[in-house]
Design a protein around this ligand. Structure first.
Ligand SMILES: Nc1ncnc2c1ncn2[C@@H]1O[C@H](COP(=O)(O)OP(=O)(O)O)[C@@H](O)[C@H]1O
Ligand SMILES: O=C(CO)[C@@H](O)[C@@H](O)COP(=O)(O)O
Length: 565
């Protein structure tokens, strides 16, 4: 190991695991990687401490898994690379968002305290926690009635996945937790607090998930009081108005953590970031009108522009939200990889599982191989990709998945392919919304776990959208982006960079591989897309609320079943 090399560390806290990389600041070479699969994963049935079944649509996590991620991955990076602590000039982290938790004034999560451990609301609410939809609906109705100027920045609706519906749910369903919480914060900021001993708040989670803007700050005290008088001062009582831009130095690594993980105390730590937004410069995109698609459990569609446009169903548009000096747009699909996981785990016949096992391949690989032999339209199937609700453009987690065209002859690979195609149609609809509202999409760069796992999926996305898909060089773009922002937090004087654009030029890259649309497939998919749009509007825009009626029946029946036990 050349002692003159300088490195930064990026840790991407995903839905199921934390992934860390050690990156050469001069070249972007990933000298080592380490992964920690969360011991408690996604907590959606019962708490790790036991107790009654969690209510429907809860999705929680254990902050101890975040501490274990830091303490397991960073020593592994140093061990496998041979890098010396003094060669590491900075650490950056990114997180799924909005993943939030209640904590004491010293940063202790309430779920660490014996008296609160049995209470689900004391735990981390993961980004996909969908049990605050009622609070989101009421918040949106009040915001619309008051004519709140910030609502159009979020596509006209605040999602139940974002910060304040989750806060309101805690207040109404667990007022004792709300009262005991000195701090309410994003997990991204909590991990940085754990690393540095300083509480900081970053502009990306604040802007996209907590209705903050650089020009106007948070919504007014009157707005919060209109939700509930007890929320009037929530920002000043349990949050902060000191919001730091991306690349800011949050502080130095605190001694007790540095000692446990093998780094030097005082190593620069960048403010926290969001897994989708941080990936943008790591794919080389630092200028407008290039869509970065972070493709994993969900898909996040990220675009930069010099102007602010109001686009239907956006998760948000935030000034400086992704890169300084530009408006950053975020749209998304709440379930993509999750849908394929659901089908592989719940839907394929034992015969297919056995076939895959005999051949020493995974079920995804077997299905991909079989589905690759099908032609667009051949299955007669069409899916609405709402297995975990709709994030963009309808912003409604109470919508559910649907597949039409099934017959007695339908085969598993046809269903698998139709699920992929349905998610691709969802992406095409988001791209159309951007262009319809004045934000052109001139290029597409994909990153995340899916491009490395499923070539058929990538080709279908190119065929459905009619666009070329480039792929980021790194298989860990979010972690690479965090490592790049760590270099900026350290600054050129300490071996990093003074701005993210320079860091991107030196540390980011794209692969030579390009997925190009096939003209005939695109023609067929455009016919199918028209059918998708009809179903989308009929079931998603109020013509028939059967999905919501069925979900209400499920909740009622499930509640009665639980009571009967
Ligand atoms: N071969 C595959 N084809 C399609 N989806 C896959 C495949 N293998 C894994 N997945 C899905 O990819 C998702 C994980 O994506 P990844 O980007 O690694 O994680 P995260 O979303 O936590 O960042 C899971 O939802 C999983 O079901
Ligand atoms: O919503 C966001 C970012 O705004 C993501 O954190 C969320 O969709 C989860 O992303 P993953 O698919 O787990 O990478």
């Amino acid at each position: 190991m050349d002692a003159r090399r300088r490195f930064t560390i990026g840790i991407d806290f995903g839905t199921l695991s934390g992934r860390a990389i050690l990156v050469d600041v001069a070249t972007g070479e990933e000298a080592a990687t380490a992964v920690y699969e969360y011991e408690n994963g996604v907590i959606d049935e019962v708490l790790p401490v036991g107790g009654p079944p969690l209510p429907p649509d809860f999705a929680l996590q254990d902050p101890a898994d975040y501490v274990r991620t830091v303490e397991r991955t960073i020593p592994e990076l140093l061990r496998t690379s041979g890098a010396r602590p003094e060669q590491v000039v900075g650490v950056g982290i990114d997180f799924t968002s909005c993943t939030m938790l209640p904590a004491r004034a010293d940063g202790t999560p309430l779920c660490f305290l014996p008296e609160f451990r049995p209470n689900p609301h004391a735990w981390v609410k993961l980004w996909k926690h969908h049990a605050a939809q009622d609070h989101a609906n009421r918040l949106n109705a009040i915001a619309r009635r008051r004519g709140e100027p910030w609502l159009p920045r979020y596509g006209g609706k605040i999602s139940s996945e974002w910060f304040f519906p989750k806060v309101w749910q805690i207040l109404e369903e667990a007022p004792e937790v709300y009262a005991a919480a000195d701090r309410l914060l994003e997990a991204a900021d909590w991990v940085v607090w754990h690393l540095t001993g300083h509480e900081t708040r970053n502009s990306t989670t604040a802007g996209y998930k907590a209705i903050w803007s650089k020009r106007e700050g948070f919504p007014s005290r009157d707005f919060f009081a209109a939700l509930d008088p007890r929320l009037a001062d929530v920002v000043d009582q349990k949050m902060s108005r000191r919001i730091l831009p991306q690349g800011s130095l949050a502080g130095g690594l605190r001694a007790e953590v540095a000692e446990r993980i093998g780094l030097l105390p005082g190593t620069a730590v960048a403010v926290g970031n969001v897994d989708a937004h941080v990936a943008v410069p790591a794919t080389t995109v630092v200028s407008p009108h290039k869509m970065v698609m972070v493709m994993g459990t969900s898909i996040c569609h990220m675009v930069l522009d010099r102007e602010e446009h109001m686009v239907e169903g956006m998760c948000g548009v935030v000034e400086d939200g992704i890169l300084p000096g530009l408006f950053g747009y975020e749209a998304g699909q709440s379930a993509v990889g999750d849908i394929f996981a659901w089908y592989v785990e719940q839907g394929i016949p034992a015969e297919y599982q056995e076939q895959a096992r005999r051949r020493g391949i995974g079920p995804h690989e077997l299905l991909e191989e079989k589905a690759s032999r099908l032609k667009p339209g051949e299955s007669g199937l069409l899916a609405l990709d709402w297995w975990n609700g709709n994030r963009s453009v309808l912003v409604d987690v109470d919508l559910t998945g649907m597949m039409v065209g099934m017959t007695l002859a339908t085969r598993p690979e046809e269903i698998y392919r139709a699920l992929i195609e349905g998610t691709a149609f969802g992406t095409r609809l988001i791209m159309d919304a951007f262009e319809r509202h004045g934000v052109p999409i001139e290029e597409v760069v994909a990153c995340g776990g899916l491009p490395d796992r499923n070539r058929l999926l990538m080709q279908i996305y190119a065929d459905v959208t009619g666009r070329e898909f480039r792929v980021a060089r790194s298989s860990n773009t979010s972690a690479l982006g965090s490592a790049m922002f760590a270099a900026v937090a350290a600054g050129a004087a300490r071996g990093g960079y003074d701005d993210i654009v320079t860091a991107a030029a030196r540390m980011a890259g794209v692969r030579d591989q390009v997925y190009r649309p096939d003209a005939e497939s695109h023609r067929i998919y455009t016919e199918l897309y028209r059918e998708y749009q009809l179903l989308h509007d009929y079931f998603g825009r109020g013509a028939n609320d059967v999905m919501k009626r069925l979900k209400a029946l499920r909740a009622r029946y499930r509640a009665s079943t639980v009571r009967a036990c």
